[in-house]
Each structure stands twice: as C-alpha cells, then as structure tokens.
Design a protein. Structure first.
Length: 219
C-alpha cells in the first residue's frame, strides 16, 4: 500500500466501499467473504530430519527435493470466524469457478447472496463461471454472489491476505512433500480455527485512510 505514488478516484471509491463494509456486523443472509489464493511449493527432505528434544529444536538438512507446486484457495468470513481452504493442482479459471460454486452451494447455501471480496487477478471474474459451467448454470450461480474488487494495486484491503499470513506462520511455513499432506494439515488447522471462531478485527477506517493517504490523492 505504501508504494503507491498516486491514488485515483477509482481507487478511493473501491477503498471506501470496502472500509464501510468492514465496519458492518456479520449478516448470515448476505455474508461478507474475503477470498485469495497462494501457491505452495512442495519439498521433500533429502535426509531424515533430527526430531526435536527437550531444549533442542528439530534440525533439517539444507538439501531437499522439489515435488512440484499446489495452489491454496482461502475464503474467510472475518466477522463470523469462518474460513474455508481448498488445495488444487492449478489456479485456472475452472479452479476458481468450482471453488466459488462450493462457497455458494455448500458453505453459504442459506445465504441470499455472498459479498465476495477479491483482487483483480484475471481469473476472478464472471467469465470464469460462464466458461466453466455455461451461461445457464453460471447465471444461476451469479445471482447468489456479488463480486467486490479491491483497488488495483490495493490487495492489502483484502482481509484474506491477513489469514494467509497466519496460515503461513501456523501451518504451512515448513517443508511439505505432498498435496495429500498439505490438504490434511490445512484441514486440521482450519477446523481448529473455525472451532475457536477466530476472527479478524479490522481497525483501519475511512478516516485513517484520508489522514494517511490523502497526500497521494489525485483527480
């Protein structure tokens, strides 16, 4: 956020919309859900690690074997303390469409519609659903969702980024050798956080934005 030299009226409009939404209480009929992805490189140890002992940390050899990469989708309802994670082989338009379908028909099926916060990645648009499902099914799904975009170069406004940073530190920061283990570790981690209803308290307001960023405003 601090690298931007100019902030346009379009940037401010999107930023203000999100900051106003983040102030609202959770509404199960119109849940606010933040979504993002992260690539994870799979690495296998070349030598058996030395397990931790009392007073001594686990030790890893510097050598490892590359086992490919996976993509992790993360959807977070920050006020409800609900997160959904899914591991996929790729990060295509089809992968995005199927994850959105799961959010609509499985995890938030009782909602009138989902307010889905996204960055501007080229897969994050209605066309991904149309290409994957065809117009008839896509239109049915799109009636149950509203895409809300962060400003361009403003993905810091997506709270899913905060959850992904927590996920990195608490769950997937070390070497993980397979998609199966990655999925298992993430399922255990997300279930534990959901059980505790871990939420995110967003404190950055419109007034904070104007105070800190107004010298960069243009138009």
């Amino acid at each position: 956020m601090w690298c931007i030299q100019t902030i346009t009226s379009e940037y401010r409009t999107r930023m203000y919309r999100l900051l106003d939404l983040y102030k609202q209480a959770y509404n199960a009929s119109q849940p606010l859900v933040c979504m993002d992805e992260k690539s994870k490189q799979l690495l296998e140890d070349s030598r058996q690690p030395i397990k931790a002992k009392p007073g001594k940390l686990e030790k890893y050899d510097y050598e490892y074997k590359r086992k490919g990469t996976c993509n992790i989708f993360v959807a977070l309802a920050p006020k409800a303390g609900i997160r959904i994670v899914k591991v996929t082989d790729t990060r295509t338009k089809e992968d995005f469409a199927y994850f959105v379908e799961e959010l609509i028909e499985k995890y938030f099926r009782h909602a009138i519609y989902i307010q889905l916060v996204l960055d501007n990645l080229n897969t994050h648009f209605e066309g991904s659903l149309i290409e994957t499902f065809g117009k008839r099914k896509a239109n049915r799904l799109l009636k149950k969702i509203k895409f809300i975009y962060t400003p361009k170069h403003g993905s810091w406004l997506n709270m899913a980024e905060i959850e992904i940073n927590i996920m990195d530190k608490q769950c997937i920061g070390g070497r993980i050798e397979s998609k199966e283990r990655l999925s298992s570790d993430l399922m255990i981690w997300s279930k534990a956080r959901n059980k505790r209803r871990c939420n995110i308290e967003w404190r950055f307001t419109r007034q904070d934005a104007d105070r800190k960023l107004s010298k960069h405003y243009v138009e």
